[in-house]
Design a protein around this ligand. Structure first.
Ligand code: ATP
Ligand code: MG
Length: 265
């Protein structure tokens, strides 16, 4: 069922990633959820024939996830490498997802690895100096600061990602093209209506009239339900409308009214 869909490079992000890669400059991708950040990075790594090492940061991420830790197996102590070291040694693409969700102290070790020397001193075990293999490349993402649980990235870390790509919701005609890559046989006018609805909700969320902003995941899912012969109105309620009931009847009713005005009573 799940086929890999190639990334539609609608704002030249892939091109900029390639330039950054050639110049050895690390990249920060900034944008709200579901705007294609992960798909972009996956496609880029694939195009470079490079292995992709990914880590999704949260409050529970520890320095040991990045660098590694000592483990005791059958009486012998050995050092188990974390994802940062592994990617440096192998010269892979390292994807640091939602880097601004981590505690600041976890990020300190990245300052070391990401400076011009690309080295980490293994103070955890032998004190060995690990130097990154050529072509090691790092891409990080951050969600906008309004996103719950996010913190400001420390400036010294921010400065280690001098190439910054903004990835927002695409214009309507582009979003239609993207959905058509994922949904083969849906009615174009209906999809356009779904995108219009999504943008109305996004705009309302942007000015804090609603609590939630639908992403490309939702517009793609709307397309899939419609192509599975769910009626447009019902698909709109299922994908876009119902979720707002978790913020109460008033919030839900606001969105229901918008859906009725666009898809009929
Ligand atoms: N330019 C694009 N071309 C093809 N598909 C896309 C594009 N942008 C987004 N998509 C699709 O939209 C969905 C969400 O994209 P993705 O998971 O990459 O977003 P994200 O920004 O990483 O989200 P999150 O912030 O929640 O991790 C995926 O199904 C992806 O394939
Ligand atoms: Mg993602």
């Amino acid at each position: 069922m799940l086929q890999e869909v190639s990334y539609l490079d609608w704002n030249n992000s892939l091109k900029i990633l390639n330039k950054a890669y050639e110049a050895g400059l690390f990249v920060l991708v900034i944008g709200p959820k579901g705007t294609g950040k992960t798909s972009l990075v996956r496609d880029f790594a694939k195009s470079k024939n490079s292995k992709l090492d990914s880590i999704n940061f949260s409050l529970r991420t520890r320095e040991s996830h990045l660098v590694g830790s000592k483990t005791l197996t059958e009486g012998t102590v050995s050092f188990e490498e974390g994802i940062l070291l592994k990617s440096m040694r192998e010269g892979n693409v390292l994807y640091l997802d939602e880097i601004n969700s981590a505690e600041a102290d976890v990020l300190l070790r990245l300052d070391e690895a990401l400076d011009d020397r690309r080295q980490v001193i293994l103070k955890e075990s032998t004190g060995e100096v690990i130097t990154a293999k050529e072509n090691w490349f790092v891409i990080a993402t951050i969600n906008p600061l309004t996103h719950s649980g996010t913190k400001e990235l420390p400036p010294q870390l921010l400065s280690r990602f001098p190439v910054r790509i903004r990835l927002e919701y695409p214009p309507e005609d582009i979003e239609l093209e993207i959905i058509k890559k994922h949904v083969s046989d849906a009615d174009e006018d209906t999809i356009k209506q779904g995108i219009k609805l999504a943008n109305t909700l996004r705009q309302a969320a942007a000015v804090e009239e609603l609590f939630y902003s639908p992403s490309l995941r939702e517009t793609i899912s709307f397309g899939k339900l419609v192509s599975a012969e769910v009626t447009p109105k019902e698909a709109a309620n299922i994908v876009f409308g119902n979720v707002y009931s978790q913020w109460g009847q008033v919030e839900y009713q606001k969105v229901s009214d918008i859906i009725s005005s666009m898809f009929g009573k």
